[in-house]
Design a protein around this ligand. Structure first.
Ligand code: HEM
Ligand SMILES: *[C@@H]1O[C@H](CO)[C@@H](O)[C@H](O)[C@H]1NC(C)=O
Ligand SMILES: CC(=O)N[C@H]1CO[C@H](CO)[C@@H](O)[C@@H]1O
Length: 340
């Protein structure tokens, strides 16, 4: 995979991409750090002589400012965007396919339930279109905005590097949506992430996104009434009250991280290490011999979660990206393909 990023060894790169593609794998395109440098030129200002003057704008800075404003109004933004990024990237690659409206699009798939943040991306897009129309892709806005929201929700306020240069895809089909369910086994989940070019360790780190945000009783309440499910007794009692066995509370929200539900930190790993995971897949990361070592390592003092999570998130953001004209476009509006 790493080879696909290289600039030299063009032939080797082309060959390995072909091999990877023919194996059904993902091949990272030519994303770049600071792809938009020098590309977003605004010409709204008149200079001293009344001539139009051109000004180079900092796209990443603009996104960061918009995200700060949105985050201030809604600190749940980090959770919304993390889930949006995951659901976009795992279906058709990180190409903003999840943002397309229309009958039968990805948004309408069962797994879309409660995915949020579409409107935030569209608002940031509008701001950028006013400044430099047709330059910044919706797919890049998702990647940059998620990075910025996570930094704001993180105790360490670390803003990880994110490459840009994605194009927006043309296809969005609910029937393509095949996201993991909360009862997927650890080994099946590892396989699913491997198919996207993400390692076991990266999968564990990325599930650490469940350090923020909410789920609903319906996704896990079976666990509360099965004696063989490992769960802290106090937590089980509290959740049984919230999620009655008759299912009458199946839409009740429950925080995925019972420790620090609003902060992007490693608390999720402390929680699952003490049988306080909520979804079955969360708790299983600790129970399973395949991933328990990694969980313990991340939970340990001194593990640099902010940095490692940022790196895994950046890698997620590079899954199946589209970078050429025939693969994608720069949408004018994130909700629809241009000229349709
Ligand atoms: C095996 C993999 C995964 C499974 C089975 C899974 C499953 C789920 C489920 C069932 C919910 C709750 C939905 C609801 O109750 O409405 C959820 C929420 C969430 N997921 Fe995952 N997830 C997985 C991986 C990920 C990854 C890789 C990320 C991001 C990097 C992520 C980020 C989130 C976030 C932030 C929320 C909370 C959303 C909110 O509060 O709006 N998940 N996930
Ligand atoms: C991980 O799980 C396996 C299998 O359940 C167990 O044998 C092993 O001791 C566990 N490792 C740690 C570090 O807890
Ligand atoms: C936001 C959105 O479009 N949600 C849709 C998700 O899918 C269900 C059907 O599975 C629709 O009813 C929702 O409108």
């Amino acid at each position: 995979m790493e080879m696909c990023r290289g600039k030299s060894l063009v032939i080797a790169v082309a060959l390995s991409c072909l091999v990877l593609l023919s194996l059904g794998g993902q091949c990272y395109g030519q994303l770049q750090q600071g792809f938009y440098r020098g590309k977003c030129i605004s010409n709204n200002d008149l200079d001293f002589f009344g001539r139009t003057s051109f000004k180079e704008e900092d796209v990443e800075k603009i996104v960061e400012q918009e995200v700060s404003r949105e985050f201030f109004n809604d600190p749940k933004l980090a959770a919304a965007l993390l889930r949006l990024l995951f659901h976009d990237c795992f279906v058709e690659g990180c190409d903003a396919s999840i943002l397309l409206d229309g009958t039968g699009s990805e948004k309408e798939a069962g797994a879309n339930q409660s995915v949020r943040g579409y409107d935030v991306i569209e608002r940031i897009k509008k701001v950028l279109e006013r400044i430099c129309p047709g330059v910044v892709s919706c797919a890049d806005i998702i990647a940059l905005a998620t990075r910025d929201a996570v930094a704001l929700a993180s105790r360490e306020k670390l803003r990880s590097p994110v490459k840009t240069g994605r194009k927006d895809g043309f296809v969005s089909l609910a029937s393509n949506v095949d996201l993991p369910s909360s009862t997927i086994s650890v080994s099946q989940s590892i396989d699913k992430f491997k198919l996207k070019g993400l390692s076991e360790t990266e999968m564990v780190l990325l599930l650490g996104a469940h350090t923020v945000g909410m789920t609903h009783c319906g996704f896990f309440q079976d666990r509360l009434y099965r004696a063989d499910e490992p769960m802290d007794a106090d937590l089980r009692r509290a959740l049984q009250a919230r999620c009655p066995q008759d299912g009458s509370g199946s839409n009740n929200p429950v925080a995925l991280d019972q420790g620090t539900p609003m902060a992007v930190d490693k608390s999720y790993f402390d929680q699952i290490s003490t049988k306080r995971g909520i979804l079955q897949i969360d708790q299983d990361l600790f129970t399973s011999g395949l991933t328990n070592k990694t969980v313990i390592e991340i939970a340990a003092k001194g593990f640099d979660f902010a940095v490692r999570f940022g790196q895994a998130m950046a890698k997620l953001g590079e899954v199946g990206v589209k970078t050429t004209e025939d693969q994608g476009e720069i949408r004018t509006t994130c909700g629809r393909v241009n000229f349709s």
